[in-house]
Design a protein around this ligand. Structure first.
Ligand SMILES: Nc1ncnc2c1ncn2[C@@H]1O[C@H](COP(=O)(O)OP(=O)(O)O)[C@@H](O)[C@H]1O
Ligand SMILES: [Mg+2]
Length: 569
C-alpha cells in the first residue's frame, strides 16, 4: 500500500525534493524537541519548583525551555507548511492531468461515464490521493515521536514502562480494527459522494425543465435520496471513529490505575515525584502518536483507493494522435463506401455509401434515428470507422491526423455550446481576429442587429450555455463563429430544429449567407429548407435509399415523397 502510493505520488512530489527532505529532516527535530521537553519535566519539578535552588539553576532552566521553543517554532511551521504546500501543488498538477486527459479521451468515454463521477474525481480524488504524501510523512514522524516518548518513559522508570507496554497491543488493536472498518466503508462514501455531485449538477442543468414540468419536488426528492445515502455511509465511518475514542480512554484509564498501584511500590524504592511526573507526561503524550499513526494508515489506504480511481482514468487510451496531417482545404471531396457502424449492440449504419463533392451542398434527410448524426460523428472522427471506408480527397479517414481532419470542418449543431464569456471571446476562441472581422461575421450571420442593441454590444457576457440570449440569437453566434473560423466544410446538424418558426427563418438565412461556395453537409429536419441543395440523400435504417435533387426525388414515388408529405401536413 505504502509502495503503491509512494510510487504513484513520486513524480508529483519530485519537483519539490528540497522541501520533501526538509520536512523529513524536521520530523526528527520535532521528535527530538518533544523528548527534550519531557526530559525537562524532572528538573522543573525538582529544581524549578524548589525554594532551595540557586538563581543560576532557574535561569538556565528557563533559557533551555526558551531555546527549545525557538527551535520548535520554525521546525513546526516549515514541517507542516511544506507538507501542505507539496500536497496542494501535487493536487493542482494531478487535477490538470485529469482535466487534460478528459479533453483527449474518445467520445465513447463520455457516453459511458457520469459527469458527476468525473467532476468528483477531478475535485476530490485528486486531493485525497495527494494527501497520501501527508500520510507518508505522518507514518515517519509519528513513530519517531512515539519512540522519543517511549525512550523518555524508559529513562524515567523502565519497570513502570514495562507495565504500560503490556497494554499497547490493545491500543494498536483498537486502532487497527477501527481503521480497517473505516477504510472498507470509504469506497462507499466516495461512490455516494460522486452520485450526489451528479445529482446536483443534473438538478442545476435541468432548471428550466424542472420549472416547466413542475418537477421541483421530484428533483429535490432525488437529491434528498442521494444525500441520505451519502449521509448514512458517512455516519458508518463516524460511528466507528467515535466508538474507538471511548474504547481507547477505557484502556488508558486501566493503564493509569495500574501505574498508580505500581508507582506506590516504585516510590518506596526511590522514584521521585519529578521522575514520576516525567514518566506520566511521556506516557500521556505517547498515546497521540499511536493514534495518529493508525489514522495515517487509514489516510494512506484512502489515498490508494483514490489513486486507483484516478489512474484508471489517466491510463485510458486517448484518441489517436498519429496519422498523416492533411491541409485544411478540401480538394476533391469526401467518399463514403459500405460504411457500417454500431455504438455497441445495434447496427446503426448498414453498408452506407454516398459522395460529398467539393463545393456542393449536400443534405441528409430521413426519420429520426436513421443514422444522420452518426454519419456526422464519423466524418468528424469522433468514433473510429471499422467497417467500410470514409475517404477525404482519397485518403482513408483512419490514417488522417484527427486535429488536421477537424480543421476541415465548421460545425453548427442542435446542441448550442457557448462559453460563459463575452460574445467577442465566444467568437474568437482564443485566436486573433480584428474587430472588423468580428463585426463582419456578426453581420453575415444576421446577429449584429440585436447585439448592437445590447448595452455592452459584443462585449456582453452571455450566461452559462448562453442563457441570456434566445435560442435563435445563440445559434446565430455559433454561425458567426463558424464563419469566422472559415473552415472548408460546413456541417449543419439540425441547427434550427430547436427554434421557433421566426428564428428558424433567420437562422436559415444566416446559414445560407455563410455557406457561399463552401462544401455543406446539412442534416435537415424540415425539407423546405433544402429544396435548392445539389444532392439530397435519403436515409432509412442506416442506409441511403434514395438520392437526387428535390425535384427529381419528388417526381418518383418513394421515401422522399413520403417524408415530404409527412412534413408538409
Ligand atoms: N452515443 C450513442 N450510443 C449508443 N447509441 C446511439 C448513440 N448515439 C445514437 N445512437 C443510436 O444510433 C441510432 C442513430 O442515431 P442518430 O445517428 O442520432 O440518428 P439521427 O441523427 O438520424 O436522428 C439511434 O438508434 C440511436 O439510438
Ligand atoms: Mg440527429
Amino acid at each position: 500500500m505504502f509502495r503503491f502510493v509512494f510510487n504513484a505520488l513520486y513524480p508529483y512530489v519530485k519537483p519539490y525534493k528540497v522541501k520533501v527532505f526538509g520536512a523529513i529532516f524536521l520530523s526528527f527535530v520535532l521528535a527530538g524537541v518533544g523528548a527534550m521537553n519531557m526530559r525537562l519535566l524532572k528538573p522543573i519539578f525538582e529544581s524549578g519548583l524548589n525554594p532551595e535552588s540557586s538563581q543560576d539553576e532557574i535561569i538556565s532552566l528557563a533559557l533551555i525551555l526558551l531555546g527549545l521553543g525557538l527551535i520548535n517554532f520554525p521546525a513546526r511551521f516549515f514541517h507542516f507548511y511544506w507538507i501542505r504546500f507539496i500536497v496542494d501543488k501535487a493536487t493542482c498538477e494531478l487535477r490538470e492531468n485529469i482535466f487534460k486527459k478528459l479533453q483527449y479521451l474518445p467520445t465513447s468515454f463520455f457516453t459511458k461515464n457520469k459527469q458527476g463521477t468525473m467532476v468528483s474525481s477531478i475535485l476530490n480524488d485528486a486531493h485525497i490521493f495527494s494527501n497520501g504524501f501527508r500520510a507518508c510523512v505522518d507514518l515517519l514522524r509519528e513513530p519517531l515521536k512515539a519512540l522519543a516518548y517511549l525512550g523518555m518513559a524508559l529513562y524515567y522508570d523502565w519497570q513502570l514502562t514495562l507495565v504500560v507496554v503490556v497494554i499497547t497491543p490493545f491500543l494498536i488493536g483498537i486502532f487497527n480494527v477501527s481503521g480497517k472498518k473505516v477504510k472498507n466503508n470509504q469506497s462507499h462514501v466516495q461512490e455516494d459522494q460522486a452520485e450526489l455531485t451528479h445529482n446536483i449538477s443534473e438538478g442545476i442543468a435541468g432548471h428550466k425543465l424542472s420549472k416547466a414540468f413542475n418537477l421541483q419536488e421530484f428533483i429535490i426528492n432525488r437529491f434528498r435520496k442521494a444525500q441520505d445515502k451519502f449521509f448514512n455511509s458517512q455516519m458508518r465511518t463516524t460511528f466507528v471513529e467515535e466508538m474507538a475514542h471511548p474504547f481507547v480512554e477505557v484502556v488508558g484509564t486501566v493503564a493509569f490505575s495500574l501505574v498508580i498501584i505500581f508507582a506506590y511500590f516504585r516510590m518506596k524504592d526511590g522514584l521521585t515525584v519529578g521522575e514520576f511526573i516525567g514518566f506520566v507526561g511521556s506516557l500521556a503524550l505517547l498515546m497521540d502518536p499511536i493514534r495518529k499513526f493508525s489514522q495515517a494508515n487509514v489516510k494512506l489506504s484512502q489515498a490508494k483507493a483514490a489513486g486507483e480511481r484516478i489512474f484508471k482514468v489517466l491510463d485510458l487510451e486517448e484518441e489517436r494522435s498519429s496519422g498523416e496531417k492533411i491541409t485544411s482545404h478540401l480538394h476533391k471531396g469526401i467518399e463514403v463506401r459500405d460504411l457500417s457502424f454500431s455504438y455497441g449492440e445495434n447496427q446503426v449504419l448498414n453498408s452506407l455509401s454516398l459522395d460529398i463533392p467539393k463545393g456542393k451542398k449536400v443534405a441528409l434527410v430521413g426519420l429520426s434515428g436513421s443514422g444522420k448524426s452518426t454519419l456526422i460523428n464519423l466524418l468528424l472522427g469522433l468514433y473510429d470507422v471499422d467497417r467500410g471506408t470514409i475517404k477525404i480527397d482519397g485518403k482513408d479517414i483512419n490514417d488522417i491526423n484527427l486535429k488536421s481532419l477537424r480543421d476541415l470542418y465548421g460545425l453548427v449543431s442542435q446542441d448550442i455550446f457557448l462559453f460563459h464569456d463575452s460574445i467577442e471571446e465566444n467568437l474568437k476562441l482564443g485566436e486573433r481576429f480584428t474587430d472588423e472581422q468580428i463585426k463582419n461575421s456578426l453581420a453575415v450571420s444576421y446577429a449584429d442587429e440585436y447585439i448592437n442593441q445590447l448595452p455592452e454590444g459584443m462585449r456582453t457576457v452571455i450566461g452559462d450555455r448562453g442563457a441570456r440570449l434566445s435560442g435563435g440569437q445563440q445559434q446565430r453566434i455559433t454561425i458567426a463563429r463558424a464563419f469566422l473560423q472559415n473552415n472548408d466544410i460546413l456541417l449543419f446538424d439540425e441547427a434550427t430544429s430547436a427554434l421557433d418558426n421566426e428564428s428558424e427563418k433567420i437562422v436559415q438565412k444566416a446559414m445560407e449567407s455563410i455557406s457561399g461556395n463552401k462544401t455543406v453537409v446539412a442534416v435537415a429536419h424540415r425539407l423546405t429548407t433544402i429544396q435548392n441543395y445539389d444532392i439530397i440523400y435519403v436515409f432509412k435504417e442506416g442506409r441511403v435509399v434514395q438520392s437526387g435533387t428535390h425535384s427529381e426525388l419528388l417526381s418518383i414515388d418513394g421515401e422522399y415523397k413520403k417524408l415530404y408529405e409527412l412534413s408538409s401536413d
